[in-house]
Ligand binder design. Structure first.
Ligand SMILES: NC(=O)c1ccc[n+]([C@@H]2O[C@H](COP(=O)([O-])OP(=O)(O)OC[C@H]3O[C@@H](n4cnc5c(N)ncnc54)[C@H](O)[C@@H]3O)[C@@H](O)[C@H]2O)c1
Length: 339
C-alpha cells in the first residue's frame, strides 16, 4: 500500500502499541495522522513530539460519546482501531463491566467507519478470543491456530468476548457490505513504553523497586509467547496491506516462555538478588497460551524477528533509563489491577 497519501485514523493512538504503530507509519511515508484518544490509559507523552511537529491531529475525545465516532472517521481512508477499555491480567479479570463497554465501542465505531465509506479497517484483536478450555495444560506443546476460534466459543472474560464480537462483526460487514478489514490477534505484547499492568513490565518494575521477596502471580508454570512490540506493529501494517476479507490473523511469536523463567532472567539481568514468592491465588489467565503463526508466515511473509531474551533486555534497559524509583513505587500496587 502507498502510505504517503492515505488519510489515516488511529484510535487509542496515545497507547503503548499505537505509539509504535504511528512511528512505523511515519517511517513508511505517511504524512499526517489523526488520533483520537480519551487518555483513560494512553499517555500523551508517547506522541507529543508528533503533535508539536504538526504531524498528528490530536483529539482528546471519548469514542463512546454521541457523534464522536462519526466525526473522527470523516474523510478517512484507513482506520487502525486500537482504542479499548483494556489492561493487564489483573484488570481484565477484575473489571468485567468496564471491559464490556468495548462491545458498544467497537459496534458503534465499525458502523461509523462503514457509513463514512472507509476503505480499510484494521482491528486490534487479541489472543483472548481463543477458548479458555484449550489452554489449561502447561505441559502440552500446544499452539493456537486461527480456526480454533469457533463454536463452542469460550473467550477470556468480557474483554475477550468483546474482541470476538468485533471480529465476527467485521466478517459480517465484509460479507454483507464488502467493507474491507482485518483482525490482528496480538499476543501478550511487551517493549518500550509498556506499562506495569502487564506481566513482563510488572516483573521489571518489581526488580527496579527492589521488591524482596519478588512476587509472582500464579504457580510460575504458566506459558506465554510474549511478543516484542516492534514485531507486532510490522505485522499490523502488513495485515493492512495484504488482507481485505475480514480474516483474523495471529500476530505472535511461537517461543514458549515459562513465567518463572522470565522472572529469573529479569532478576539475573538486573542483578537484583531476591527470593521469588509465588502467589497462586492471584489472577493468572490461562496456563498455556502460545500462538501458531504459520498463517501469517504463509500469507503475509511475516514472522517475529526479535527473540524474547533480546527484547526483554532492550525493555529492561529502557525502563531503567527512563523511570524513577519513587514514582514507580507510588503507582505500582495500583497498576497491578488498574490501567
Ligand atoms: N498490550 C497487549 O498485550 C495487547 C494484547 C492484545 C490486544 N491488545 C489491544 O491493543 C490495543 C492497544 O493496547 P495497548 O496495550 O497499547 O494499551 P491501552 O490499553 O492503553 O490502549 C487503549 C487506548 O485506547 C484509549 N481509549 C480507551 N477507551 C477509549 C474511548 N472510549 N475513546 C477513546 N480512546 C479510548 C486509551 O486511552 C488507550 O490509549 C487495545 O485495543 C488492546 O485491547 C493489546
Amino acid at each position: 500500500m502507498e502510505w504517503k497519501n492515505k488519510k489515516i485514523l488511529v484510535t487509542g493512538g496515545a497507547s503503548f502499541i499505537s505509539s509504535h504503530l504511528i512511528d512505523l507509519l511515519f517511517e513508511r511515508g505517511t504524512q499526517k495522522i489523526r488520533v483520537v484518544d480519551n487518555l483513560s490509559s494512553g499517555k500523551l507523552e508517547n506522541i507529543q513530539h508528533y503533535i508539536d511537529a504538526g504531524k498528528i491531529e490530536f483529539h482528546e475525545k471519548d469514542l463512546l460519546c454521541p457523534g464522536v465516532a462519526q466525526e473522527m472517521v470523516k474523510d478517512i481512508d484507513v482506520v487502525f482501531h486500537l482504542a479499548a477499555d483494556h489492561g493487564g491480567r489483573g484488570y481484565v479479570d477484575l473489571h468485567q463491566a468496564a471491559c464490556a463497554t468495548n462491545l458498544a465501542l467497537d459496534g458503534i465505531f465499525i458502523k461509523a467507519a462503514y457509513d463514512a465509506g472507509v476503505e480499510k479497517f484494521i482491528f486490534a484483536s487479541s489472543g483472548c478470543v481463543y477458548p479458555n478450555n484449550l489452554q489449561t495444560d502447561p505441559n502440552e506443546s500446544f499452539y493456537l491456530t486461527e480456526e480454533m476460534v469457533g463454536p463452542p466459543y469460550d473467550a477470556d472474560n468480557t474483554y475477550g468476548w468483546a474482541k470476538l464480537m468485533a471480529e465476527i462483526t467485521l466478517k459480517a460487514y465484509y460479507k454483507d457490505y464488502g467493507m474491507k478489514s482485518v483482525s490482528c490477534r496480538f499476543f501478550t505484547v511487551y517493549g518500550e513504553r509498556g506499562v506495569e499492568n502487564h506481566a513482563v513490565m510488572a516483573m521489571i518494575a518489581r526488580a527496579f523497586i527492589k521488591q524482596n521477596p519478588f512476587e509472582l502471580w500464579g504457580t510460575g508454570e504458566q506459558i506465554r509467547n510474549w511478543t516484542y512490540v516492534k514485531d507486532i506493529v510490522e505485522g499490523i501494517i502488513i495485515c493492512a496491506e495484504k488482507v481485505d476479507d475480514g480474516s483474523a490473523i495471529n500476530l505472535g511469536t511461537m517461543e514458549r516462555i515459562k513465567v518463572i523463567d522470565a522472572a529469573k532472567e529479569v532478576l539475573r539481568y538486573t542483578g537484583h538478588k531476591a527470593e521469588i514468592k509465588l502467589l497462586p491465588d492471584k489472577p493468572t489467565g490461562p496456563y498455556n497460551r502460545v500462538a501458531d503463526n504459520s498463517l501469517a508466515k504463509r500469507i503475509l511473509d511475516w514472522q517475529p524477528k526479535v527473540k524474547f531474551i533480546d527484547g526483554l533486555h532492550c525493555t529492561i534497559d529502557w525502563y531503567y533509563k527512563t523511570k524513577n524509583v519513587a514514582e514507580v513505587k507510588k503507582i505500582f500496587a495500583r497498576m497491578l489491577t488498574e490501567r
